[in-house]
Unconditional design. Sequence first.
Length: 436
Amino acid sequence: MTIVLRARIFHTPRDPFREAGALETVEGALALTDDRVGALGSLTEVQRQYPDAPVLGDGEDYLLPGFVDTHVHYPQMSVVGAMGLTLLDWLRERTLPEEARLADTAYAREVAARFLRALARNGTTTALVFGAHQPPAQGIFFELAAASGLRITSGLVLGDRLLHPALEADPETCYRESETLLRAWHKRGRVRYAVTPRFSVSCSEGVLEAAGALLRSYPDAFFQTHLNEAPAEISAVAELFPWARDYLETYERFGLVTERSLFAHNVHVTGDELTRLAAARSAVAHCPSSNMFIGSGLFPLRRHLDHGVRVALGSDVGGGTGFSLLKEGLMAYQGQMLLGSGPGGGLPLGPAHLLYLATRAGALALGLDDLGDFTPGRQADLVLLRPPEGGTLAEVLAQSPSAEASLGALFTLAREDSVREVFVAGEPLFTRLGLS
Ligand code: GUN
Ligand code: ZN
């Protein structure tokens, strides 16, 4: 079955950090053929290919590939906005006590449902999600994620020290409970499993060893954790692992730095760590709103790309300030501007870079090579934007001098009140999620 959507269409089928002209913009139509992109072009061209397909839309909406959030915490939605604290205090005072509440499975179910709706409402169709420490709460999350239609990779969070006591589990328990959840959910529909030690501060060598053993037993599972986020965290890791020359080695030693590994933050990173991350083909989730809100620092994007490290965007809710990858794009732009020009300075970004970071780069970082842009044959994951009538965004767009300028305005001003629908594999999800 094919449908044709008329819209102003934007995508980045090539990498704008490597090639000029990577942004493609089309005022025309996109054909969705079952779960895939069938064609993209002017309405006449697309209708020539699909003469019998129904045409939807008046051409005024903006159509982008669905956003890919490569780092977000399911239990932390209600922590958004907890001001005045840097990372370790923020965890201890606000975040870990909230995560402990997920021992109540009825509450966990409510939180999971709210979280999945928030992703879709913000145009996110794929996410790598830090889960809960409690196996029942993580099982509930997988159940609702599978039913949501979104593409979710997630895992039970592991740690055995320096957390809230109710969140800690010994290495053997970490292994066993992860394996049970992995066997139940990995590759079930659009759900995949990610082995998820919280960070080296909260993981003994035994827990990191258990994580490595899981990856060896299940080599197609994913891996996620935190790395080099804040100075006090990095000092704690140096004290806890005196044998490690740097933070990355605490993961390397246990076989956790692979091409299926994604590390969140990596703000304060050494050149040697970047060289090793690139050699391993690991990816980094850049979470700019969180880095600014928690005061962790400004992300050295240019150094990552110069070393050949793959980078995508993450919202990092609840350290981040919301679920919008459009906003994360804007914050990434602002962070690079603040780093200034010159050696070691910021990388000037434009709308094409922001779109790539929010879509195709995330898909590639998650090993989902067949989504993230509108090349015919890709999975039809998309977000349809229509600015609220009479608002600032509508007025700015009405005066826009070019398609690229319109995309810049969308990143700057469009938020969840502009998101009208998301499609995953060609299927609209708002009704399924109770959003329309
Ligand atoms: N490091 C360990 N846990 C967390 C978390 O929940 N959020 C952030 N931003 N960093 C972390
Ligand atoms: Zn995080």
